[in-house]
Design a binder for this molecule. Structure first.
Ligand code: HEC
Length: 104
């Protein structure tokens, strides 16, 4: 019984991570990919890459855009409509993308 409960908790935890990531991906596809690219590598020359970025950093920046602490014409408007759970899901998605680095 104890093991069953442990496994259930683990399963629920794993499932909720997977959900956040795929929900975030769907939101990113429709709201962010135009500028930040479908893989989190920016298409717009003045937009930053988000793929593989630190989750704490992403979370903080999105909340700063939303509150106006980090003022930006474009991101301010976009972040204004994001809920806390939108932000967690988007952060989950972008930070889960694996990036590899090649030194010159
Ligand atoms: C119309 C283009 C556009 C769209 C759409 C867009 N962004 Fe941005 N984003 C930008 C630009 C431009 C910047 C740089 C702003 C600045 O200088 O602060 C930026 C910056 C950011 C940053 C800060 C990154 C850093 O390195 O500090 C985050 C995080 C971010 N965007 C997330 C998102 C998310 C999540 C979405 C979708 C909900 C989104 N953006 C949609 C253009 C866009």
């Amino acid at each position: 019984m104890r093991n069953f409960l442990l496994y259930s908790c683990l399963l629920i935890t794993l499932t909720s991570y997977a959900d956040d990531e795929s929900l975030g991906r769907a939101k990113a596809d429709s709201l962010c990919s135009l500028c930040h690219g479908p893989q989190g590598l920016a298409i717009l020359p003045n937009a930053p890459n988000l793929a593989g970025q630190q989750p704490i950093y992403l979370n903080e920046q999105l909340k700063n855009y939303r509150s106006g602490k980090r003022p930006n014409e474009v991101m301010g408007v976009i972040a204004k409509n994001l809920t806390d759970s939108d932000i967690s899901q988007l952060v989950e998605w972008y930070s889960s993308i694996k990036v590899t680095v090649e030194l010159p």
